[in-house]
Design a protein. Structure first.
Ligand code: ACO
Length: 402
């Protein structure tokens, strides 16, 4: 006979690790990070070299297939992605169910999940061919559904993909072209945005990637799993930080007000944090932030924009990097600190910033999802808990309760 009153206290042995700060949830061959040294490698290649010399489509191939493509492999890959950029016509009707003022990330969560209702022939995760088709569909369609989310919220007609353009050029056109006006893709902006996509493509077991892995560990269909990743990414502590960082920089407004905000960030009684600063893994300069800062210089110079907010960001970084609080806690600018400045110079509204992050990260989510499904050690993700609730007690009828 088991005394069930004792069971709640006898849960066996497990680690208690809120936020998984020291728990590896999987083995992976995709991305390596050394947070102390500020190193990020994709399949062994450093992020700064990829950002400088590669393209987003090439990095996508690398993350998914494990090696850089040959010329023929690259052409075949981009051709296949390009063939999948259109979405089902009925999906346009789905958009019309949303309020015009919906946040585009809300629309993205819904539409990505809804793709599983349109593409039944690519939801069997045990079939490698169906997995591959689902991967191409999501990578190819996410720029289309992101641009449609934007066009819908501003009341403009959807722009169909132009498959003669590059992945990033096509996205820029779907975002910014308007009927009856010629749209020419600016190669400097195209390259800058492509680089931003490279910088966001993967980042090992961050919150949204772990969410995708956890969701798919139950065997859920690919589109639903990526929708779960989008939902997680939306939070201001994760992908929403680029939007929050730019809002903060505008709120600060002038270099003179920086000390006030630094003081607030250090005040234990104030919930305010410097957005775009700090990282769970990097205890050094985020290597992506360095590339982002350089890209911000290039884009602003190319567009002839003198943005006072860029000066505020520079000065904020300089002050924080010399402040004991930030030095001791090893808080450095992260990838989101400068990205908002570039994106808004290009013309993206802040509400689209996290959408762009989701667009790029879809490649990483898919690479991780596919890797997980081929891992013989893969199990349903099922963390334990440390129960701290009421001890065993017998039910009492309602008239006996006080
Ligand atoms: N401003 C001020 N203080 C900070 C900041 C910040 N941006 N970030 C961390 N700290 C402090 C915390 O108050 C805490 O202090 P304490 O030890 O005295 O309590 C200490 O540094 C450690 O912070 P944690 O929140 O415990 O660190 P964690 O690893 O859990 O958090 C996170 C990392 C969420 C990124 C955090 O640094 C943060 O909130 N940053 C601002 C939001 C942001 O930029 N997010 C983007 C992350 S990158 C990405 O997702 C692409």
């Amino acid at each position: 006979v088991v005394d069930i009153r004792k069971l709640y206290a006898d849960t066996g042995m497990f680690t208690y690790d809120p936020g998984f700060t020291s728990t590896a949830s999987c083995k992976s061959k995709i991305t390596f990070i050394d947070g102390d040294e500020g190193i990020l490698l994709h399949r062994g290649y450093p992020i700064d070299q990829l950002a400088e010399h590669s393209t987003f489509m090439e990095v996508a191939y690398l993350l998914l297939r494990g090696e850089l493509p040959t010329k023929e492999q690259y052409e075949q890959f981009t051709y296949t992605v390009t063939r999948h950029t259109m979405v089902h016509e009925q999906l346009a009707m789905f958009y019309r169910g949303f309020r015009r003022d919906a946040h585009p990330m809300a629309v993205m969560c819904g539409v990505m999940g809804a793709l599983s209702a349109f593409y039944h022939d690519s939801t069997d995760i045990n079939d490698p061919h169906q997995r591959m088709v689902a991967s191409f569909r999501m990578i190819a369609k996410i720029p289309t559904i992101a641009a449609m989310a934007y066009k819908y919220t501003i009341g403009q007609p959807f722009v169909y993909p132009d498959n003669s353009l590059s992945y990033t050029g096509n996205f820029l056109r779907m975002m910014f072209s308007v009927p009856a006006e010629p749209y020419v893709v600016d190669p400097v902006i195209e390259r800058a945005l492509d680089r931003i996509f490279i910088l966001h493509a993967d980042h090992e077991q961050n919150a949204s990637t772990s969410t995708v892995r956890l969701a798919s560990s139950s065997g859920a269909n690919p589109f639903a799993c990526i929708a779960a990743g989008i939902a997680c990414l939306w939070g201001p502590a994760h992908g929403g930080a680029n939007e929050a960082a730019l809002k903060m920089l505008h709120e600060i407004g002038t270099v003179e007000r920086i000390p006030e905000y630094i003081a607030r960030a250090k005040d234990k009684n104030d919930p305010f944090r410097l957005m775009g600063f700090g990282h769970r893994v990097y205890k050094n300069y985020d290597p992506r932030a360095k590339v982002m800062q350089k890209t911000a210089h290039e884009v602003l110079a190319h567009l002839g924009i003198k943005d006072p907010i860029f000066d505020v960001a520079h000065e904020l970084e300089r002050i924080a990097l010399h402040d004991d609080y930030f030095v001791e806690k090893k808080l450095y600018p992260n990838v989101d600190f400068y990205s908002g400045i570039i994106l808004s110079a290009i013309g993206f509204p802040t509400s689209m910033f996290t959408v762009l992050f989701a667009l790029a990260r879809t490649v990483g989510w898919i690479a991780q999802w596919d890797e997980m499904l081929q891992d013989p050690d893969q199990k349903i993700g099922r963390p334990r808990q440390l129960y701290i609730g009421a001890p065993y007690r017998d039910y009492t009828s309602i008239d006996q309760r006080r």
